[in-house]
Design a protein around this ligand. Sequence first.
Ligand code: GDD
Ligand code: MN
Length: 372
Amino acid sequence: MTDPSPAQSLTVVLATYNEQGSVGAMADSLRELLSPHYRLEILVVDDDSPDGTAEAVRQLSREDPRVHLILRVGRHGLSSAIREGLLAASGEVAVVMDADGQHEPAAVQQAVQRLLASDADLVVGSRFHPQAQLTGLSAARRQGSERANRLARLTLPAYSHLTDYMSGFLALRPGRCGWAIRQVDVAGFKFLYELLAVSKGRLTVEEIPLRFQPRVSGDSKLDNAIVWDWLVSIVHTATLRLVPRRAVSFALVGLSGTLVHLTIYLVLRDAGLAFLPTQVVAVVTAASSNYLINNALTFRMGRLRGRRLALGLAKFLLVSSLGMAANVGVSTVVFARLHDGPLAIVALLAGILVDFVWKYAASSRFVWNVPY
Ligand code: GDD
Ligand code: MN
């Protein structure tokens, strides 16, 4: 393996949210370890953390021009922070890693050496490589991640040789991966998964084992909404990315609404309620549940609260009722053309499709006020 020349430029991208207690120590060990070998740049992308992370980094960069801060207003999420850092990186090589100390700085050099020696486009630090060490993952988290990885592998056949599709540690050549980095557009954590999905096998990827250590301070930001984003990513890729990501999320929520509808219908029917009131209660409850879940997950960047939440519900119910009317209308017309028989199902599907497209487009625009 050739030693990289000291003229080799390297950018380390650290995304931070409430890492005031860790980012200073992280920057210190990176500078100490890497400066003798690389022309180093440390790029911290902070989402306006309330704990003062940005101020701590600004202080660092005042003292050391190798440290830079990108401060974003509002919380846009880990993936987009990584993308922003990589697009702004000046190094011919860039490494993305967690700022909380869970990824050891020593792995940076290994990854960069492997990248330069192998001529790969991307080197991933894998937590599930046979030689990896996982002291920082609880048993439950480990099990969840392994399961998630197996599912991810099914959707990324071009990269079936990899063992960790969700890692937050990667080394790459921004010049070669830039076109794919630009296409990553996702809320949530899974930058690597998205990068692999959009590149469809066109990037050469290798892995090195990672030691994943316990957090130095603070808490993990991985929550249910992030797990949801991941599930949406998987379904989005499995369905060949034909529709926007947000529409996938909207459709999955719609499926959950169907279950709510059925459950309420069965419960009220068994309680002896007549068909019509049972249906009305089931339809309104399912639509309200769809609305609340979409507000908390699908549209959480523009989440409605308080009075606007109530107003939004009224609008959503209106939009939904128009969708249902269109559903019945279209399916009736199609049904009339198909005559009765096994093809009648096509009429139902046509109605559902029109209903879905309308609800998605109209509620994006009129309820949450985002383009679709
Ligand atoms: N700018 C920004 N914005 N940074 C964020 C955000 C955000 O919304 N959310 C998290 N981060 C930063 C954290 O400050 C930390 O430096 C890094 O991203 C990882 O976040 P953690 O909250 O520590 O994640 P984790 O340890 O639970 O998750 C680990 O495993 C995931 C896969 O299961 C990380 O290695 C992730 O990168 C990885 O995807
Ligand atoms: Mn962490």
